[in-house]
Design a protein around this ligand. Sequence first.
Ligand code: C2E
Ligand code: CA
Ligand code: CA
Ligand code: CA
Length: 279
Amino acid sequence: NGRNRVSHYSGDQGAQQDVLARQLILLSELHDAYARNEFFLEYQPIMDAHGEALTAVEALIRWRKADGTVVPPDQFIPIAEQSRLIVHLGRWVLQQVCRDLPRMQAAGMGKVRVHINMAAPEFLDGELPAELIAIVRAARVDPGCLQLELTESVVMTRIEKSLPIMRKLAQLGFEISLDDFGMGYSSLSMLKTLPIASLKIDRLFLEGVPHNRDDCAIVRTMLDLGRNMKLRVIAEGVETDAQLGYLRQFGCTLVQGYLLGRPMGLAALISRHGAAAPA
Ligand code: C2E
Ligand code: CA
Ligand code: CA
Ligand code: CA
C-alpha cells in the first residue's frame, strides 16, 4: 500500500501548506490594515430583562477593507492571535473605547459600562495591568466603567497564570466578566475563587430555549449559580420573545442579543440610547 500512502501524505502536506500560506498572507494584510487604520468598533446593547434600560454595551471589532467589505472578527482575530499583532489590536480597542466612552456619557447615557473582549495573549501579557491603567488615566476614564471579558477557557486552562493577573486588574478597579460561560472548562469550586463580577451565558445554550429541555435546565442552573454567588448573569444571543420571556421567568436580569439590538456604530448607539433619543 506504499504508493497510496505516499500520495495521501503528500496531498495532506500540500493542503496544510496552502492553509499556512493563506494564514501568512492574511496576517500580513492585517498588519497593513492596522497601519492604515482600517479597524473600527461597533457597540451592542446589554439591557435589563424588560428591554427598557441600557446598562452596558459590548465593544466588537470589525475590519473595513479598502474595497469597502467588512470582515467580522471571527475571520481575523484567531489569525492575529498567532502574532504580537493581537496585543497592538487589543490596545487600540482599549484606546478607542476610552475615546468613545466620554461621548456616550456626554450624550446622557449615564453610567453605562463598556465590555471589552480580551484575547489570551493580550491578557496573559504581564504588562497588561500597567498599560491598562496608563490608558484609562490618560483618557480620564474610570476603570470601573470598563468590564474586561475573558473567556472561561483562557482563564481556566491557564489558571495559575491568569488568577494573579485577574486579581491585579480587580484591585485596580476593573471589572471582569467570564465570557462564553458553560463551554465546559470551569470547575465550580474554582469559580468561587475568581475575582469576577459577571458571567455571560454562551449563545449556544440560548439556541435551545425554550424548546430543548436540556438547554433550559442548563440555563436555569447557570442563573441559579450566578444568583447564589452574587454575580451578574448576562444571557447572550437573545433573538426571540420566547427566549426573553423564559429568561425573565427564571430571574435573569441582563440580556444581550439581536432582539434587543444589533451591534452598531457610536453615532447610532447615541441616537438610540442617548438622552435625546425618542422614548
Ligand atoms: P463574543 O465575545 O461571544 O461576542 C458575541 C458575538 O455574538 C458577536 O459576534 C455578536 O455580534 C454576536 N451576537 C450578539 N447577539 C447575537 C444574536 O442574537 N444572535 C447571533 N447569532 N449572534 C449574536 P461578532 O461581533 O462577530 O464577534 C465574534 C467574536 O469575535 C466575539 O465573540 C469575540 O470572541 C471576538 N471579538 C469581537 N471583538 C473583539 C475584540 O475587540 N477583541 C477580541 N480579542 N476579540 C473580539
Ligand atoms: Ca464577548
Ligand atoms: Ca460570548
Ligand atoms: Ca461566543
